[in-house]
Design a protein around this ligand. Structure first.
Ligand code: MG
Length: 387
């Protein structure tokens, strides 16, 4: 199976993040006085800017101790994902690399040439020795968490190299490997750094849902792009209910069956929404909160845009830049985020078509989100700590 999608590659946001989160961190200010280590860290932040400007902004605004850790965690997973996405590698070589990748983080001087489907990913892997240097000076507690997540993700990706996403169970499992594990790893890193409570690392189901919500939103939105590149992430068990081939939805985008299929997929993604709010409620640090909340509000706004929208089958549907800016500026507290969820649920409710197959289920889900939000808004929360 050809695999490219990743929550590590968001398409929106980019420059807008700087608007709010700008404060550029100068790596030299770190307490690290070892020149080689400093150079490695500078390479890591430079590469982070190149491979994802939007994540670079949210990562840089994290409290200092954890921002370096998350930057390196991000680059390691990005490296792993670049191996997964390279379609020129043989399956055999890819599977081996994916399974062993976690161990490479301990091999000083290791790098990989000519792997990666874009220049910036090839550059990351060709200079991977610098990521390793930066990783090896991290506190051991962080190294352990990153290694464990990297191993699980590599094994999971390897399992899917030669198999496709058939059942809903496969879909949830694949999304767990490539996205849920990111959420779980971040929770563990936040807990280990003590910027968040120790309890956070026990909330694996909620952390997994955070990743699944983002990953599934991308998978639904990118129908057309993935079709054009011969990739199918929608589970066969779902789309075969509505059409003979995956392409048939694009050819018959006006047909109710196509919209029913799309709405089925949106319903599935939306079923994670309240878990995400449950998770966000647990966060106490304002910077960690923004880091987690911004991608989540972008996801629910994207689902509101793609729901029952036949354009998904023929073009790349995006949320408006102005809305993106507004969402970023209004994601600083749980109350604000809950209000955005409530608004997006109402927007979806207003688009529910009469008489379509999955409309009753959508109605049920948005009512559930709405009730959750009303209850959440009646509770009171402690203000965030500013790190
Ligand atoms: Mg991938």
């Amino acid at each position: 199976m050809s695999i490219k999608k990743s929550i590590l590659k968001p398409k929106e946001m980019a420059a807008l993040f700087k608007l709010k989160l700008g404060g550029k961190k100068i790596v030299g200010q770190h307490k690290n006085d070892n020149l080689k280590n400093n150079e490695s860290l500078i390479f890591c932040y430079d590469t982070l800017d190149k491979v994802s400007r939007s994540f670079a902004a949210v990562i840089r605004q994290l409290p200092e101790e954890i921002s370096d850790v998350v930057c390196i965690f991000y680059l390691i997973l990005r490296g792993l994902d670049s191996v997964e996405d390279d379609m020129d590698l043989s399956n055999e070589a890819k599977i081996l690399l994916l399974r062993e990748f976690y161990a490479k983080n301990f091999e000083e001087g290791w790098s990989l040439t000519n792997v990666g489907d874009k220049q910036e990913y090839r550059d990351l892997l060709a200079n991977y020795d610098k990521v390793i240097d930066a990783f090896l000076v991290l506190d051991e507690k962080y190294q352990k968490i990153i290694t464990e997540i990297c191993k699980k993700m590599g094994d999971g990706m390897a399992d899917f190299v030669e198999s496709k996403i058939t059942s809903i169970e496969d879909y949830n499992l694949y999304c767990h490997y490539v996205a849920g594990l990111v959420g779980i790893g971040l929770s563990e890193l936040f807990a280990a750094s003590e910027i968040e409570s120790r309890e956070l690392k026990t909330k694996e189901v909620l952390a997994n849902s955070m990743g699944l919500f983002l990953q599934k939103t991308n998978i639904v939105r990118d129908y057309k792009e993935d079709l054009d590149e011969n990739r199918i992430f929608w589970p066969e068990e779902v789309w075969t209910l509505y059409g003979p081939t995956f392409e048939s939805f694009s050819l018959n985008h006006e047909k109710p069956e196509s919209l029913s299929c799309l709405n089925h997929m949106v319903n599935d993604a939306l079923s994670h929404a309240t878990d995400c709010l449950d998770y966000l409620k647990l966060l106490r640090n304002e910077r960690a909160f923004r880091f987690c909340a911004i991608p989540q509000v972008m996801a629910i706004a994207t689902l509101a845009e793609v729901y029952n929208n036949k354009k998904v089958f023929t073009e790349n549907v995006k949320i408006r830049k102005g809305l993106t800016a507004k969402l970023i500026l209004n994601s600083g507290s749980i109350e604000e985020v809950v209000k955005i969820y409530k608004k997006m649920a109402a927007s979806i409710e207003g688009k529910i078509p009469d008489g379509l197959l999955n409309s009753p289920r959508t109605r049920e889900i948005v009512e559930n989100i709405n009730n959750y939000c009303d209850l959440a808004l009646s509770e009171s929360y402690k203000p965030h700590e500013i790190a």
